[in-house]
Design a protein around this ligand. Structure first.
Ligand SMILES: Nc1nc2c(ncn2[C@@H]2O[C@H](COP(=O)(O)OP(=O)(O)OP(=O)(O)O)[C@@H](O)[C@H]2O)c(=O)[nH]1
Ligand SMILES: [Zn+2]
Length: 366
């Protein structure tokens, strides 16, 4: 634990309750006179936000004026709240200037981009030795991070498995170091904690970090290792949802004992890259493997002669259901890609779990 930070925390004003609050925010906020307090969005619900303030964690919605102009805060935003705590109410009336914004953009005609999180200083791009380790994928993640304005750090997790894999991991890691240029590349194991301390120099008190990377690379495990607890247990908050039902949510913004702030939310987790064939190949690796024996390199396994995949279905090696589902998903992904839609809008998430949707374009931030 950083002593300097501990001292700062124990004897500063109430605003130190707002993780990441600093002097430039202070001066931006000083324009507000009256019953206003600052806060930071910690969790985003449909219309309500959880906000960390000097009065503790509160819930508020945005003002009508903000709604009218389409101003939407996201996790990590520093906001201005109209404090009507005497009547038990707070309203978000403004968003303080952002230092970075992580978004996924649609390349559609509207050019609309979907903001996911704001004011992230550093993004750990997490990958893992094994299937996920891929130079091209990392290049795309780097594009996202660069356009967000945050500083990228490449984290190669599961290094404990390196020795037991058939392929030469060290060669790929060297390739990654080559394309990474001056971006730090850290190899570690979130499971055994090997090399975990190499992340220390990127985790400064008061700075905000987010993790992006494919599902299963170990983002949760890494956060747990850094936190030293089981995060689900530590950070779950029981509260009422928009319909008044009790729910358990995991706080999306939290502070580590050393004062580093982490943002981990579904929107960030859903940033998955890769062209559609990538995702399909991962989900249907058996079919992808067989497809190497099809006569045509671009065989769609429908009508082409000498299709090894259809033969495997005929031979009962691959079930008809699996084959059908493969085609169904390929079609849907192709459709999605054509629309160049980024996001999971209108798609049942469950169905898509584990499938990397084509996220063809990453719009740079405004
Ligand atoms: N061998 C090994 N396994 C690991 C390591 N880190 C995580 N795992 C395992 O990898 C699996 C996935 O880890 P998670 O932390 O759930 O991955 P995630 O990136 O959070 O996945 P999503 O929640 O889907 O985004 C789990 O079974 C972990 O135990 C590691 O360093 N070494
Ligand atoms: Zn084929």
């Amino acid at each position: 634990m950083n002593d300097e930070y501990r001292n700062k925390k124990s004897n500063t004003s109430d605003e130190s309750m707002i993780p990441g609050w600093n002097t430039s925010l202070e001066s931006a906020f000083s324009a507000y006179k009256g019953p206003y307090i600052p806060g930071r969005i910690s969790t985003q619900h449909k219309t309500v936000f959880n906000i960390l303030t000097e009065n503790g964690e509160i819930q508020a919605a945005i003002s009508g004026a903000m709604r009218k102009v389409g101003k939407q805060p996201v996790v990590g935003d520093f906001v201005v709240l109209l404090d009507q705590s005497d009547i038990g109410s707070y309203t978000i009336v403004d968003i303080l200037p952002r230092t970075s914004c992580l978004s996924r953009g649609s390349a559609g005609e509207s050019g609309e981009e979907q903001l996911i999180a704001a004011n992230i200083d550093t993004i750990f791009i997490v990958t893992a030795v094994g299937h996920d380790l891929n130079v091209r994928r990392l290049e795309r993640y780097l594009t996202i991070v660069y356009s967000s304005g945050a500083r990228p750090v490449i984290v190669i997790n599961k290094i404990d498995l390196a020795g037991s894999l058939p392929d030469d991991v060290s060669e790929t890691i060297q390739e990654i170091r080559d394309i990474a240029d001056d971006v730090p590349v850290i190899t570690l194991s979130a499971l055994t904690n090997a090399n975990l301390e190499e992340l220390d120099s990127f985790m400064n008190p008061g700075e905000t970090i987010a993790l992006i990377g494919s599902s299963g690379v170990g983002k949760s495990t890494l956060i747990n290792a850094l936190l030293g607890h089981d995060i689900q247990k530590t950070l779950s908050v029981r509260e009422d949802d928009d319909k008044g039902r009790h729910t358990t949510t995991v706080r999306q913004l939290f502070t580590l004992p050393n004062g580093t702030i982490f943002i981990d939310n579904p929107g960030i987790r859903e940033i998955q890259l890769g062209d559609s064939s990538d995702g399909i190949d991962r989900t249907f690796s058996d079919i992808a493997e067989l497809a190497q024996n099809c006569r045509f390199k671009d065989c769609t396994h429908r009508n082409e002669p000498h299709c090894a995949v259809r033969k495997a279905v005929d031979d009962g090696i691959i079930s008809q259901e699996r084959f059908d589902s493969y085609h169904k998903l390929s079609d849907e992904l192709a459709f999605q890609a054509d629309k160049a839609e980024i996001g999971l809008k209108g798609v049942e998430k469950k169905k898509w779990k584990g499938v990397a949707i084509a996220r063809k374009y990453v719009k740079s931030k405004e």
